[in-house]
Design a protein around this ligand. Structure first.
Ligand code: AKB
Length: 316
């Protein structure tokens, strides 16, 4: 019997993940948790708990009392925000992970999902088709925290047999909730401005190519990884995962095929340096081999779905 807790359920990944987990396991078996007091409207059909992942004792008590079997730990500060609040980013991104890893080590949890990111790579990493194992010298606080987290996940697996599974997410594109604080967020923001009939000022240069993925692919990957037989999971740091890759100019051109007259301008800010330190494309052959990963959405597909479904009410 699986009873899962999604910590950080109010975020971009969490809102969609909880919905899919509830479809799979039954509404009562997928509990949403977030630091916000209000439950996100889309998750009001099921259990919601207000939880600060930094309150180690409260998190422990809840997981033990409720007999949670699996945790998806999504609470984190993303790349751009983490650069503004390095101390808090390190604290938030690391302390929650130890709380959950320790609970699994003590036998209270059967499985953990913890997201990593393409941010684990840095300026000295080969940029194109970045391999699973390569030079990793991240130059951002977020990247350093994710790289350290990956090392700890592998350590807890090797030393204590903790079944922790992870994906290095690329930039994620979705329409049900807004992203916040990431360097890849432009690729979501652009749709809202296109839909409103506005021009879009992009904070990255027009030729900055980054790995990206439509949220439906990312959620499917997450669920497939978590359901894969334990013997198939050969990587306990985090799996490279690729959906598609594009530049701001390429996504704008694709949007123009749906919204004629749409205009984009470029005003690179401090996020440009972060993007320049990341890969432009990812080699995900290990995920394909180990647990059968295959993406469904390319740039054209995701632009079509985004234009059809984007809801500008979310901006208010
Ligand atoms: C960010 O831009 O910080 C995130 C990420 C790539 O992990 N979307």
């Amino acid at each position: 019997m699986r009873k899962v807790l999604v910590i950080g359920a109010g975020g971009q990944i969490g809102t969609e993940l909880v919905i899919r987990l509830r479809e799979k396991l039954g509404v009562q078996n997928a509990i949403a948790a977030d630091v916000k007091t209000e439950c996100p409207t889309s998750l009001e059909d099921g259990p919601y708990v207000q939880m600060d992942v930094l309150d180690r004792e409260a998190v422990r008590a809840y997981i033990i009392e409720e007999k949670i079997t699996e945790v998806y730990l999504l609470a984190a500060l993303l790349s751009a925000t983490a650069e503004k609040h390095p101390d808090f980013a390190w604290k938030l991104n690391m302390e929650g992970l130890f709380t959950i890893l320790d609970l699994a080590k003590e036998g209270y949890l059967k499985k953990i999902f913890w997201p990593s990111s393409i941010a684990v790579f840095g300026p000295t990493t080969p940029r194109e088709n970045t391999p699973q194992r390569t030079i990793m010298e991240p130059s951002t606080v977020y990247g350093i925290s994710k790289q350290a987290g990956e090392r700890w996940c592998e350590y807890y697996f090797e030393k204590f047999g903790v079944d922790v599974r992870s994906i290095r997410y690329p930039g994620l594109i979705s329409y049900t909730s807004l992203p916040g604080g990431g360097t890849t967020d432009y690729a979501v923001d652009i749709f809202y401005q296109a839909k409103l009939g506005n021009s879009f000022s992009c904070f990255l240069k027009k030729d900055t190519r980054l790995p990206m993925m439509f949220m439906e692919d990312a959620i499917r990957a997450t669920l497939d990884l978590m359901e894969a037989p334990v013997e198939n999971i050969r990587i306990r740091s985090s799996y490279n995962l690729s959906g598609c890759d594009f530049t701001p100019e390429e996504i704008a051109n694709e949007i123009k095929t749906h919204v004629p007259g749409f205009e984009i301008g470029y005003a690179p800010d401090e996020r440009q340096a972060i993007a320049d330190s990341w890969p432009s494309s990812i080699d995900d052959s290990e995920a394909r081999k180990d647990w059968g990963w295959a993406e469904k959405y390319n740039l054209q597909d995701l632009v079509t779905v985004m234009i059809e479904n984007i809801n500008v009410q979310l901006l208010t």
